[in-house]
Design a binder for this molecule. Structure first.
Ligand code: IMP
Ligand code: MG
Length: 180
């Protein structure tokens, strides 16, 4: 079904569907009776976000944010720059940030700090994937779809050099692709 860029399918689309349904159920239960602003972090979480919001049975408002994250090999800091900001004020609101994957944890840690300054009523993170072995800073999502081993994955919104985001399954990238 896929070409040589895929080493193997790690999470088939049927499993993704059931993971997303369960996350939606849990979030709907935890925020029952409340309004929720659901924030898509572009581009990686766009597909997960679209599926997840349809499994959330609450009054939701959708918002979008683009961030760029500059790693610095030697320093332990990472500059997270807001490229496109939210269109709504989140002060006093329940906010759920939707991420594709937590890897070193640096992006989500900094993003949490940035958004917390705006004084939301509640700020939670949901991540489709989590690679706990790779963590460099202490941070966890509040909701996590699935923990995976330290392998580079593509599909379901996740890219390698902006490619493969449209794959329906979450796949392990073949090493040949990044070794060439
Ligand atoms: P962190 O700051 O190291 O946690 O980086 C998280 C970001 O790195 C994610 O939002 C992804 O854009 C990217 N990333 C980390 N691991 C992978 C992967 O296996 N496949 C695709 N993107 C990844
Ligand atoms: Mg990303």
């Amino acid at each position: 079904m896929y070409g040589r860029e895929v080493e193997k399918v790690l999470i088939p689309k049927e499993e993704i569907e059931s993971i997303v349904k369960n996350l939606g159920k849990q979030i709907s239960k935890d925020f029952a009776g409340e309004e929720l602003i659901v924030v898509c972090i572009l581009k990686g979480s766009c597909i997960f976000f679209s599926d997840l919001v349809r499994e959330i049975n609450l009054d939701v408002r959708l918002d979008f944010m683009t961030i760029s994250s500059y790693g610095n090999g030697t320093s332990s800091s990472r500059e997270v720059k807001i490229v496109k900001d939210l269109s709504e004020d989140i002060k006093g609101k329940n906010v759920l940030v939707v991420e594709d994957i937590i890897d070193s944890g640096r992006t989500i840690k900094r993003l949490k700090e940035l958004l917390a300054e705006r004084e939301p009523k509640c700020l939670k993170i949901v991540s489709m994937l989590d690679k706990p072995e790779r963590r460099e800073v202490e941070v966890d999502g509040d909701y996590c779809g699935k923990q995976i081993p330290d392998e580079f994955v593509i599909g379901y919104g996740l890219d390698y050099a902006q490619n493969y985001r449209n794959f329906k399954d979450i796949c392990v990238l073949a090493p040949a692709v990044y070794q060439k």
